[in-house]
Design a protein around this ligand. Structure first.
Ligand code: NAD
Ligand code: DAU
Length: 352
């Protein structure tokens, strides 16, 4: 495969490239990333520079550039991670989320259709090159929020509640349309919350680890009893590879590891692991439209594709905390500049 990985300098994309280099090094990877505040080439600094890997700084909305990349590298597969990914930022600037997550995805779909379709000018033709696939990396947040009971299945109706999840759900629907109308071979994956190394410290787990290490307050939204279903990023990567290589075209696959935790329990676990006191916890105003609970039914991917997660949460979180403790320079570099400004705007009023 000649794989176009978009957003490969972000958290999951960089872990995916590293995972591929370890587990499936025979495939060539072209990493296209616009290097927004969340894109960090340091995430890939340990990667051997060889013939099988190229980085290009580009925006997925740049159609001419995407065409050029497909042509030059004979792209056969796309794994589309590129997105604005943080819910709180989407509340401040929804338009950017619609632009990148929806129109960016559509620009990539159009490029793939144009380049892979055997008769691109024939609107009735559904014939594509053999062995091509577009994988849209989506999220469980498109399903909205659950009450106390129940799980998200692939047929749960889409009911996004934030501008971020609305943009991701919209992109999913555009992907669906490109499969139904044009026959473009594609899959959509919907994964639960990821954790692991190289996650930008605006997200719950790395933010709490960092603040705890610094003795800073830990900002818990609302009552802290919201539930997320956590999966180690390596397990997300192995699931994506399973879908990329074995998924049936046109299908959606949920990804999750049956690991529901309340935010407060995660925060307490981090505090205790780092030997800090509970009085660091600071309850702040709740996120508007905050989804109460997410939980994934992973029956389809486990039974149909034989995928299973390999980390227990206890092992994964211990390794993750140790990684942030052992990489203070990475954290320091990420936290300088633009992120520091954003952090001030976001939290300063709550701590006064
Ligand atoms: P991230 O914010 O860490 O990384 C996003 C990357 O996309 C960055 O490197 C950024 O520079 C790049 N990017 C943004 N706009 C771009 C553009 N216009 N053109 C090219 N590159 C652009 O995000 P993440 O947490 O790694 O998430 C990756 C994907 O996985 C997203 O699509 C997200 O919706 C999805 N997802 C994330 C999680 C999670 O828990 N983090 C769970 C399920 C699904
Ligand atoms: O479910 C998958 C999604 O998980 C991905 O699609 C998103 O890209 C990813 O950002 C993540 O979304 P969440 O909103 O669930 O993640 P976040 O880390 O922002 O928040 C996790 C929970 O912790 C959520 O209930 C809000 C809460 N929280 C978060 C932050 C940043 C706090 O209580 N305090 C905080 O400071």
């Amino acid at each position: 495969m000649n794989i176009l990985v978009t957003g490969g300098a972000g958290f999951i994309g960089s872990n995916f490239i590293r995972w591929m280099k370890k587990h499936a090094p025979e495939h060539r990877i072209v990493n296209v990333d616009a290097l927004t505040y969340a894109g960090n080439l340091e995430n890939l600094a340990d990667l051997p520079q060889d013939e099988g890997y190229r980085f290009l700084r580009a925006d997925i909305r740049d159609r001419a550039k995407m065409n050029e990349v497909f042509f030059e590298y004979d792209i056969t597969h796309v794994v589309n991670f590129a997105a604005e990914s943080h819910v709180d930022r989407s509340i401040v600037d929804p338009e950017l989320f619609l632009s990148t997550n929806v129109l960016g995805t559509q620009a990539l779909l159009d490029t793939a259709k144009q380049q892979w379709k055997l008769a691109p000018e024939d609107k009735y033709s559904r014939e594509f090159r053999a062995d091509v696939k577009f994988l849209q990396v989506s999220t469980d947040e498109v399903y909205g929020a659950l009450g106390r009971d129940g799980l998200f299945t692939e047929s749960t109706p889409l009911a996004p509640n934030s501008p971020y999840s609305a943009a991701k759900a919209s992109a999913d629907l555009v992907c669906r349309a490109y499969y139904e109308t044009f026959g473009l071979p594609l899959n959509i994956t919907r994964c639960s919350n990821n954790y692991g190394p190289y996650q930008f410290p605006e997200k719950l787990i790395p933010l709490m680890i960092h603040n705890c290490m610094q003795g800073k307050p830990l900002p818990v939204y609302g009552d802290g009893m919201q539930i997320r279903d956590w999966l180690h990023v390596d397990d997300h990567c192995s699931a994506l590879y399973a879908v990329l290589t074995r998924g049936t075209a046109g299908e959606v696959y949920n990804i999750g590891g049956n690991n529901e935790r309340a935010n407060l329990d995660i925060v307490r676990l981090i505090l205790h692991t780092l030997g800090a006191e509970e009085d660091l916890i600071c309850y702040v105003k709740d996120r508007p439209g905050h989804d109460r609970r997410y939980a994934i039914d992973n029956t389809k991917i486990t039974t149909q594709l034989g995928w299973a997660p390999s980390y227990t949460f206890e092992d994964g979180i211990a390794r993750t905390i140790a990684w942030y403790q052992n990489n203070p320079q990475w954290l320091e570099n990420v936290l300088s500049g633009a992120y520091a400004d954003y952090y001030e705007r976001m939290y300063a009023p709550s701590f006064q």
